[in-house]
Design a binder for this molecule. Structure first.
Ligand SMILES: [Zn+2]
Ligand SMILES: [Zn+2]
Length: 161
């Protein structure tokens, strides 16, 4: 069976094998994740699934709030610690310390306006040394993954800096 190299939206198909190889095979915990201004978002005061979580400020239609994401790669666990957000609502995510919006990696396929955002593993702003997640908190892609995998998935919309 021959399949087109491109999907219906003209993006290059990523072979299944490669995708499987890129998936996190074991539990990897992110112990630091930085905002564009270099603040560490991992909060020891906010645990999710037994580990310090990634604390983010969000703005939803209901106002401002705080959400904490599981720092385990691929784990969709999260908790709203302040404020309210509707399921499937798109949040604008920022650093709780300085309010800087997280950098956008690209569009997410779950909803027309959804985006995947980045948090950096080091204080310097390197998109390849980062984690990525969707701004729809109920999206399958809202679990934290390595940005390299997300960038690969965004073959049609590569990182432009
Ligand atoms: Zn900050
Ligand atoms: Zn999404």
């Amino acid at each position: 069976m021959t399949e087109s190299m491109f999907d219906s939206e003209g993006r290059i198909r990523i072979p299944e094998q490669e995708r499987a190889a890129a998936a996190p095979s074991e539990s990897v915990i992110v112990n630091a994740a930085y905002c564009p201004a270099g603040h560490n978002l991992v909060s020891v005061d906010h645990e999710v699934c037994g580990y310090p979580g990634i604390l983010l400020r969000f703005v939803s239609q209901a106002g401002e709030g705080l959400v904490v994401l599981s720092a385990r790669l691929g784990d969709p666990g999260k908790a709203i610690v302040k404020g309210r957000i509707e399921p499937d609502e798109l949040a604008s995510l920022s650093c709780p310390e300085c309010g800087t919006a997280l950098d956008i990696l690209g569009h997410c396929t779950c909803q027309p306006e959804a985006v995947q955002v980045l948090a950096y593993l080091y204080p310097k702003r390197d998109p390849y040394q980062a984690i990525a997640f969707c701004n729809s908190l109920t999206c399958d892609n809202s679990a934290v993954i390595r940005s390299g995998e997300a960038i690969k998935a965004h073959t049609g919309t590569p990182w432009q800096g």
